[in-house]
Each structure stands twice: as C-alpha cells, then as structure tokens.
Write a protein of this length. Sequence first.
Length: 342
Amino acid sequence: MRASRLLSILTTLQARGQVTAPELADACEVSVRTIYRDIDALAAAGIPVYAERGAEGGYRLLDGYRVRLNGLSQPEAEALFMTGLPGPAAALGLDAAMLAAQTKLMAALPANLRPNAGRMQERFHLDAPSWFGEAEQPKHLRAIAGAVLRENLIEIRYQSWKAEKRRRVAPLGLVLKGGSWYLAGSVDGSVRTYRVARVLDCNVLDERGVRPADFDLATYWQAATTRLEAEMHPNCATVRLSPLGIKLLNALSQPYVRTRTRIEETSDAAGWRIAVVPIGKTVWHAAAELLRLGAEAEVLAPAELRDKMAELTQAMAARYQTAQDGYQDDKDFRRSRATKHS
C-alpha cells in the first residue's frame, strides 16, 4: 500500500507541478502526517522533492526532473481505452487525434495487457442521446471548445426561451448531456449555462477571460442540474394510481420525479395506491405530465389540478366524439350512395 501511495504522490507532483500536503492527503485518503512521512521517504530515496513555504506554497519536484513511469496495471489500461468516445471526439474535431493516441497507447502497452484493452473498445459503447432522440450538431461547438481550452472570451448571439440576446462570455467548460452540449460561462461575475445549439453567432476574442479560482465544472453542473429540476417541479400533487399506473409513472417520469415520488404501502381492494408526485410550475404543465398516465391515475389534490384534468379529459372526449360522429355520418353517406347506384 505504501509503495502504491508513494508512486501516486510522485505522479501527482509530476503532473501538477505543486501540490499541498492536505491535497495529497485527500487524494491518497490518508492523514497529512502520513504525507509528511511519505515525502521524507521520497527525499531519502533520492527524489528531488522540496517544499515551498507560504500561503501559496506546497511540495514540488526540482525543475527539469522527470521520471519515466510507464507501468500500467490492467484496470488502468482498460480505463484509458474507455475514455475514447468517438461521437463526442468527432464533434470536437478530435476523432483523428483520439485514434492516433489510442494506437500509440496500444503499441506502448505490454503484450499481456493488449487483449483486454482492445476488448474494452469492442464490448463497451456510449450512446449519449436519450431514446428516440438525436445528438445535436451545434454549428459553433468547435470554436467554443477552442475558446474554453485557450480561455479566450467569446461574444455570442443566443436564442433563449424568451428572446434573442447578445452576451460576452468567459467560457469555463463544456458538458455533454443527453446528446446536447452545454456551455458553462461567466457573465458579469456569475456563472450561467447556455445550450450550444442555440448559439446563433460566435466570435472568439483575443482577450483572455478570468477563470474563478474555486470553479469546478463537475460540482457546478451537478448543482445547476439539481437546481433546475427543482425549479421545474416546485409543487406536489396527491394522485391515486392503479398498479399499471405505478408502472407507467416509473417508465415515463423524469428521474427527478421518479426518485422523489412517495407511494403509500397500503392499497385498496383493486390494488390502487396513493402517491405524492412532484409536478411542474403551472397547472397546465402538471396536467400535461399526468395525462400520460391515462385512466390509470386520478388526481385527488390540489383542487385546481383536478379541475384542469377534468376539463382537459372532457374536451378530449368531446373532440373524439365529434370526430366519431363525423366519421359515422360520412360512412353512412357513402353506404347510401353505394346502395342508390346499385
């Protein structure tokens, strides 16, 4: 365990340049005191590692010192080949580079690790879009990706839900979710999310943006998606569900709704159970979501939602009845004409 940890410390220092003892302790899941002892062990072994004092200090390797660490374990080699996602790489213009890198990596691997690494590509595939959806091909994705890497400011013309807007954005990161690309960018000191497919024009500027020191893309995205889902479903409805209705709710609802739905354990003689279900902001939005369950669900509360469900289902029944009457009249008319001509 200690040998593996020392190797991890060494590779971290080589990759990141300067790292604090608490950061190394978190990465290795040990105490800071243990890191101190490990650093002493590396120094005793002749590794030129030293400490820089001060608020922005930390451990680092002597400038110019490099160590060749080519030994990959089997899981590490397999994991590297799992990162080669052809669809997103092609969208960013990196498909050729990805294939070249994988070829070089395969050639560098020991012979005993190559078969399993190859199997990872053959037997695992990522299909990012959701069912019955297609991956977007945003016109300005590559330009925005380049600006993200170089930290250049961009000026965009953006079509939001409400209106067309112009924004000067410091791009911080790109996220691929459900086949759609999203840009996290700083505007006037706050981080916002933009759907790249809705960027109508993009001009990459020579000016560099300022990246917040504490910004972490994965943390921001998790918080942003959770906040959005909560904003989209701020209310709850009490619904009576049949056994089939419960299955339909699980199959058709968004994960946020499904995981937060509370269903009572007890049921009536026919198997119907009471559930509290998160619903959308407006009554119409909530009704549209619950109508997907058809006759397998009955809204009990709130009263305005129950009234809206009754209004919509009555309107649908009347429309279909009118259509059926028209169809029957047309059918009778054609039958009478056929009888007359015969």
